[in-house]
Write a protein that binds this ligand. Sequence first.
Ligand code: MG
Ligand code: MG
Length: 277
Amino acid sequence: MAFGQPKIEYKSNAQILKMREAGLVLAEALDAAEAAAQVGTTTAEIDAVFAAVLKRHGAQSNFKGYHGFPATICASVNHEVVHGIPGGYVLADGDVLKIDGGCIVEGWHSDSARTVIVGTADPADQRLSDVTQEAMWRGIAALAEARFVGQIGDAIDDFVSAQEGEPLGILEDYVGHGIGSEMHMAPDVLNYRTGHRGPRVKPGMCFAIEPMLVRGSIETHVLQDEWTVVTDDGARASQWEHTVAVHLGGIWVLSAHDGGEAGLAPFGVKPSPLQKL
Ligand code: MG
Ligand code: MG
C-alpha cells in the first residue's frame, strides 16, 4: 500500500527469541559501558568498551552509520538529553551521563539506555534518574495489561505528574518506538497522556519504551553537530530505555538480564520468557 500509516511489524516467537539474543548482548555491553563511566574517562573510551562487547559476540551496531551517526552509543552529559556523540569530553564528578546503545543479531534489533551518575550524585540529579527509571518500569508494567499503546504514556505521565517537590518535565519531541527488523519502526510510543489511545496492543509487537525527563522546561534544540539534543534552559536530563516484547504468554523485557523480573515485581507483573524450541 502506498499511503497511510506505516505498518506495524508483528514478530513470531522465533523472531522474538532472536531479539532476546540482541537484548542480552546489549545488556552486557551496557554493563561494561556503565562500569567504565568513571571520573576522568572520556565518552569515546566508553564507546570503545561498548563496541568491544558487540564485536566479541559478533553483533552489529545499529547506531553506527545510522543517518551517519559516528559511534556505537549515544553519550549525553548533563543538559544534553539524547543523541550526544562520544568524544574527548572527560567525565567529571557528579556528571549525569546517559548511555544509549543498541545492537543487531541476525537482523534483529535491540535498543536500551541507562542514566549513570558519575562519582558523587547531587541528590536532585539522583531523584531525576530514579523517577525516570521508575517511569520506564511503570510504562512497561502498564503494557502488560494494556489494550492500547497509549496506555504506556498514560502510566508514565500519571506517575511523573504525581511527584511532589521539584517538578520534572516529560520530553515530547522525542518518544519511544516500535522495534524489530529495524531500530525505529511504527508505532510511536509517547511518554505522556494524550486524547489518542493509539494502536491496539497485540502479540508480536515489540517496543522501545524510553521516557526522557528534565529538571526544567521541556524545550530543546539540536547543537551544531546536528545530533546532540540539549535543553534550552540548561536543565539536566535523564533517559532510561528497554526493549520489550508482547507475546501470547505476556510481556518480556528483552534488554534486561532477568527479563524484567526485578523491575516489574513492585507492580505485581511477572515477565513471561519464551522457551527456545
Ligand atoms: Mg535508545
Ligand atoms: Mg530508542
